[in-house]
Write a protein that binds this ligand. Sequence first.
Ligand SMILES: [Zn+2]
Length: 46
Amino acid sequence: MRRGANRWKAPIFKTCPECDSRIPSHIACPSCGYYAGRKVLEVDAF
Ligand SMILES: [Zn+2]
């Protein structure tokens, strides 16, 4: 009955090509708003 210790897989991180932040894959970069080479979030620029 000892199961489930490895159920949770660690999220895969990738590096944002726009700002080099480490971000989880499959989400838009919270720093620059880019995802898959396209800007998909509006992020306030400094
Ligand atoms: Zn970014």
